[in-house]
Design a protein around this ligand. Structure first.
Ligand code: GTP
Ligand code: MG
Length: 418
């Protein structure tokens, strides 16, 4: 096992050094911050990473056949960072370093290597003799972290990071995409705006998690409830869902509202019911809901509208939870894509006491950036079931489909619409 200590000004840079020197399979043994140079608190903090690698994968390194000299430069451009690392190891395994090997005796290099290794081992022993430094973040301490290896300070990633920022993709989603790019793309691809856009379209498509479409049938009733904050578009989305199912030939659709607070809200749903010629039930207690469900037990699809609740009103969310528990519904949380990520996270947390099936994002037409759809779905680990992008019923409803959502996130749906 080869053990080495790496130092850098920041942890991501130290990890980058590890990756470059030992490759992607390096095992991180420890990380810590030490102060070097200067006096007391003025000493500069340095990140120190001790990493090890089991072997240098000699078999995989020998796989590629030598290319003609004139092609080498072009091929080099296409290599990922991982490939470049493997190539550098191959140079070493040949026994002749790629530069200066004519001017020095090979033994001189070997001797230097041995000295370096002794120095590194000494440093490691010294470090192990000290009391362990606490609080190494788990993501860094684990050998194969899923989260960022790439960092804001890595120059080659700047273009990708700017694009992520432009699309409103942040947090975990951005970190995962950066890492994926770091592992897959060559420096040339990372520097090509068109290549970055194509990469993102493909990678986002893979990351998006969509809920299965409605499955209804004569003997398989589906009960769907829309819950969420006030004014996000629940009632409009219910109407869009009902209309689109009717257009697909689903015959038995019933709307139920448990929006017991406002006459106007009940009227809004009744108007939609009349236009579509489908029954609308208004219930004010869980018992009434049970009776309504019984009356419509032959229907294929029951869509339940609920009153918007403030995420701060725990009582009202608890009351809604009780209501829905008795009805065995599939609960979709409706969120406006115009809300900020931090607020959305809080809303999902507060509505999370209701067993949530998926997320519906509305008002995508009002957003400059739609990255929030990916950010929230990923961090909250909830699939997407529908998106809406306008007030028209039923046209402005998009059944969640990874390609369509990717189009909204990357903005390519706008290019297509032009
Ligand atoms: N731009 C845009 N407006 C929408 C969209 N969906 C709904 N709306 C509008 O948002 C407003 C509120 O819609 P509602 O369906 O009444 O919202 P709600 O969630 O039922 O509201 P409450 O019942 O009061 O909680 C209406 O003016 C809708 O036309 C959308 O996708 N885009
Ligand atoms: Mg409503």
């Amino acid at each position: 096992m080869l053990v080495r200590v790496f130092e850098a000004e920041t942890m991501p840079l130290a990890l980058k050094k590890v990756k470059e020197a030992l490759g992607p399979d390096a095992l991180i043994l420890s990380t810590r911050t030490v102060r070097k140079g200067g006096l007391g608190v003025f000493r500069k903090p340095i990140c120190e990473v001790t990493a090890a690698i089991d072997s240098m994968e000699p078999e995989s390194l020998k796989e590629s056949s030598p290319e003609p000299a004139e092609d080498r430069e072009a091929v080099q451009d296409e290599l990922t960072y991982q490939d470049l690392w493997k190539q550098s190891q191959q140079n070493h395994s040949d026994g002749y370093p790629s530069t200066n090997h004519n001017s020095k005796h090979p033994d001189e290099d070997n001797l230097k290597d041995v000295r370096n290794e002794i120095d590194e081992l000494k440093a490691l022993v010294k470090q192990l003799a000290k009391p362990a430094e606490p609080a190494v973040p788990q993501a860094i301490a684990t050998p194969r972290p899923q989260k960022p290896k790439a960092s804001a300070e890595v120059r080659e990633m700047r273009l990708l990071q700017n694009e992520l920022e432009r699309l409103g993709i942040g947090g975990e989603a951005a970190a995962a995409l950066e890492q994926y790019a770091w592992e897959r793309l060559s420096p040339r691809q990372l520097g090509d705006p068109q290549g970055i856009r194509e990469f993102l379209a493909e990678a986002i498509g893979r990351m998006i998690h969509v809920a299965a479409p409605f499955q209804t049938g004569p003997n398989r009733q589906k009960r769907v409830a829309l819950v969420g904050p006030t004014g996000v578009g629940k009632t409009t989305t219910i109407a869009k869902m009902a209309a689109s199912q009717l257009l697909r030939g689903v015959t038995g659709v019933t709307l139920i509202t448990i929006d017991t607070y406002r006459i106007a809200a009940v009227e809004q749903l009744k108007v939609y019911g009349e236009i579509m010629n489908i029954p609308v039930e208004v219930v004010t207690t869980p018992e009434q809901l049970q009776q309504a469900l019984k009356r419509h037990r032959d229907k294929e699809l029951i869509l339940i509208d609920t009153a918007g609740r403030s995420p701060r009103d725990d009582m009202s969310i608890a009351e809604l939870t009780t209501f829905l528990e008795t009805a065995d519904t599939e609960n979709h949380l409706v969120l406006s894509a115009t809300t900020r990520d931090r607020e959305l996270t809080d809303i999902v947390k507060r509505f999370g006491r209701i067993p949530l099936h998926s997320l519906v994002f509305t008002k995508l037409d009002e957003c400059e950036q739609c990255g929030t759809v990916l950010n929230i779905s990923l961090t909250q680990q909830l699939p997407l079931s529908f998106l809406t992008n306008g007030q028209r019923v039923p046209e402005d409803l998009i059944e969640a489909d990874a390609e369509a959502i990717t189009g909204f996130i990357t903005g390519s749906h706008r290019e297509k619409a032009v």
